[in-house]
Design a protein around this ligand. Structure first.
Ligand code: TXA
Ligand code: MG
Length: 322
């Protein structure tokens, strides 16, 4: 693995283009989370992604593209439902698993005949994708199983000295990873809940199966993921659970209103008034900051299991102690 004296942060898109063309890694903003980007065709850069993240080579990477036309260059076919989803949600937090053609290196898909593609809905990311002459592979820019970054500073804290440059596009607007849809046996299924809710997908193409546990071909759906180092538990009602941890220094991640049983400065309120999109945007920043505070325990309040609440609960379930 290459090391760098300092990981620089800036909004110099030409610098990002040059580094990527020179087969180096650049962290890039997207509307969901920051990605760790590389030229899809550079074997050494793709290997460097796995090394920097300490991610197993069996866990494939999402290919980021500038527009729908470029999808045709790397896949064999686009099913009708995928076309509907693309016109509804791209650019945006939609990832599709499609049959790859020979141009996609096997290392990118971990040997799978399917490639994950997405067109990110962030201006700087799109500008960059239009300027480079190759697709960008980009997993989230965090060490394997740790919390994804939603700001340039999160990336710097986690990857300092391991990459040369972070393209700063401000805080991520959506804050949860893209929703992944595949078409096993021809019908659509959700492989990862994300920034587009299950209901929003079903509004466009009808009922979709949840393939997130069990037979899923997405090996990245490890149960432990998105985890702080601090022990984290989930709670339907933190007020009731405090009694079990009376000697603990506790941080609470909650929504709508603070618990009155704990000082407000030990709590993060993700949103007011059931605005769960805002809660999703704030979730990882809350987890990063709570993990820096030397708490013995983080208690996260479970969300109602509908809409984006379902996606938030998925992340909290993976983050909690096992
Ligand atoms: O929002 C996002 O999707 C972010 C931003 C940076 O685009 N990216 C992201 O990448 O979350 P990553 O690598 O952290 O998560 C991608 C997930 C992994 O669980 C991986 O296993 C799965 O997508 N995946 C990627 N390629 C796949 C493939 N060919 N078949 C099945 N699953 C795949
Ligand atoms: Mg990730």
């Amino acid at each position: 693995m290459t090391s760098f004296e300092e990981t620089l942060i800036g909004n110099d898109i030409e610098r990002a283009v040059q580094l990527l063309a020179a087969e180096k890694l650049v962290a890039i903003p997207t509307e969901t989370v920051y990605g760790l980007a590389a030229n899809m065709f550079s074997e050494s850069a793709v290997k460097e992604i796995f090394a920097v993240k300490q991610r197993p080579a069996t866990n494939p990477l999402i290919v980021h593209l500038p527009d729908v036309d470029s999808i045709h260059e790397i896949v064999k076919e686009i099913p009708a439902e995928a076309r509907i989803l693309l016109s509804a949600f791209s650019p945006g937090p939609l990832t599709l698993l499609l049959p790859k053609n020979n141009s996609v290196p096997d290392i990118v898909t971990a040997g799978s005949p399917y490639v994950a593609i997405r067109i990110p809905g962030h201006k700087l990311a799109l500008d960059l994708l239009h300027k480079v002459s190759f697709p960008l592979v980009a997993p989230s820019a965090n060490p394997y199983t740790y919390i994804s970054p939603t700001s340039a500073m999160h990336v710097k804290k986690m990857l300092e000295g391991k990459i040369p440059y972070i393209l700063d596009g401000g805080p991520c607007q959506m804050g949860l990873e893209s929703t992944i849809i595949g078409f096993p046996n021809g019908s659509p299924a959700i492989y990862r809940l994300g920034s587009i809710s299950r209901e929003e997908i079903e509004d466009k193409i009808g009922k979709v199966e949840l393939a997130i546990n069990g037979k899923a071909i997405a090996p990245g759906m490890h149960h432990k993921h998105y985890s702080p180092d601090t022990r984290l538990i989930l709670s339907d009602d933190p007020d009731k659970d405090f009694v079990h941890f009376s000697n603990y220094k506790i941080g609470v991640i909650t929504y709508n209103n603070y618990s009155e049983l704990l000082p407000h400065e030990q709590q993060v309120l993700l949103c007011k008034n059931d605005d769960f999109k805002t809660a999703a945007a704030n979730l990882y920043a809350a987890m990063h900051s709570m993990d820096n505070k030397n708490y013995d325990l983080i208690i996260a309040r479970k969300f109602p299991g509908t809409g984006i609440g379902l996606s938030i609960n998925d992340r909290l379930n993976r983050a909690k102690e096992k």
